[in-house]
Write a protein that binds this ligand. Structure first.
Ligand code: NCD
Ligand code: ZN
Length: 348
């Protein structure tokens, strides 16, 4: 931290949970990520889910083709687990160094999850194969039972689904993605080194009041939904603690404005346009700027067994206004998190 000029220089960060979509949206968003991050763990929930190594390889090529030539950005892919995933898919995936895990979406839990897993019991042979090969399981940790209160779905998932998996397969490497509750933090903290969690900017900076501040704000709606302040504070404490078990995963999840501002809007916040400035704001608020690099650029790489990035990113303490929207294609637009608001850190 250079206090005279108010800049901070960090090892290039990794976004360990990112949605890039495909086609026009991919082209629109990927360079926002490439400007800040050297690598990203790319989620597989396309409209046609990325269920095989072949589909992941093709998607990775489309991502690489959409990145501007002056950026160096390495997309690390994930497989989408379904009721039909085969052990051979896992063996094949485990042999690819650019494929870093397989994602468990409980069927119906979130955007494009209808092909997700309906029975974790049925998935056990696949999870056993993952444990055997050392492949990471990325988990969307929410039950889908409509009788369970939406604010309790993460805690119930941890008790009813995740703990039994860990009991059966104690060596399985797991990332509990986008943790939103104190329960999630405590679960990760009390587990072995093989279990970690990602944290998003919106869950670190906002509590659930931000969905309803002055009226309903669809662009602050994501899943798992924002929680009350005590949970946000627990997440912030975990992120800024310097623990190797919590790392950066934006869950940046672009949807066009019309899909968000409608009678039944999609879940997902778009944060890739200013992800590092948002995290830096949090770490500054918690007087923990000295822990930011551990969270953004070291803990995730170490967990995934990746070499640390050699590049650097500099952030400057400087006010700028987030655009109201970004054009996508054919008149469609994308509304970013903090649209029209002031950010106080800028990527230099
Ligand atoms: C994500 C999306 O839109 O793909 N949405 C979200 O609210 N986070 C899916 C997910 O990660 O749940
Ligand atoms: Zn996500």
């Amino acid at each position: 931290m250079n206090t005279a000029t108010r800049t901070i220089t960090l090892r290039s960060p990794d976004d360990c949970h990112l949605h890039l979509r495909d086609a026009d949206m991919l082209k629109r968003v990927v360079n926002h990520s490439a400007r800040e991050f050297a690598r990203a763990v790319v989620m597989p929930n396309l409209k046609t889910p990325v269920t095989t190594v072949g589909l992941a390889r093709d998607y990775r090529k489309r991502i690489q083709a959409a990145v501007d030539a002056h950026y160096s950005f390495d997309p690390l892919m994930t497989l989408y687990l379904t009721d039909n995933t085969q052990a051979k898919d896992i063996t094949e995936a485990a042999a690819c160094d650019w494929l870093v895990g397989a994602k468990l979406y409980p069927a119906g839990a979130t955007t494009n999850s209808s092909s997700g897993v309906t029975s974790v019991v049925g998935l056990m042979p696949i999870l056993e194969k993952m444990a055997e090969t050392g492949m990471v399981l990325q988990v969307h940790g929410e039950v889908t039972d409509p009788h369970i209160d939406i604010f309790d779905r993460e805690a119930v998932f941890i008790e009813q689904v995740l703990k039994p998996i860990v009991h059966e397969l104690p060596e399985l490497r797991i990332v509990l993605e986008h943790i939103t509750t104190q329960h999630g933090v405590e679960f990760v903290q009390s587990s072995g080194d093989n279990i970690a969690g990602t944290l998003t900017p919106q869950h670190l900076l906002f509590n659930r009041n931000e969905i309803f501040r002055g009226g309903i704000r669809p662009h602050n709606y994501c899943l798992p939904v924002l929680k009350r302040e005590t949970h946000r504070a627990a997440l912030a404490k975990a992120a800024t603690s310097g623990s190797p078990k919590f790392f950066l995963g934006t869950d940046s999840a672009p949807h066009t404005q019309d899909a968000k501002e409608t009678a039944c809007g999609c879940a997902g916040c778009y944060s890739a346009h200013a992800a590092m400035p948002m995290y830096t704001r949090l770490f500054e608020q918690y007087e923990a700027l000295d822990k930011l690099e551990q969270f953004s650029s070291i803990a995730g790489a170490r967990f995934y067994g990746l070499p640390l990035n050699q590049g650097r990113i500099t952030l400057a303490k400087e006010n700028w206004r987030v655009p109201d929207s970004y054009p996508v294609s054919s008149g469609k637009t994308l509304i970013p998190l903090f649209a029209g608001e002031q950010m106080d850190w800028k990527v230099a």
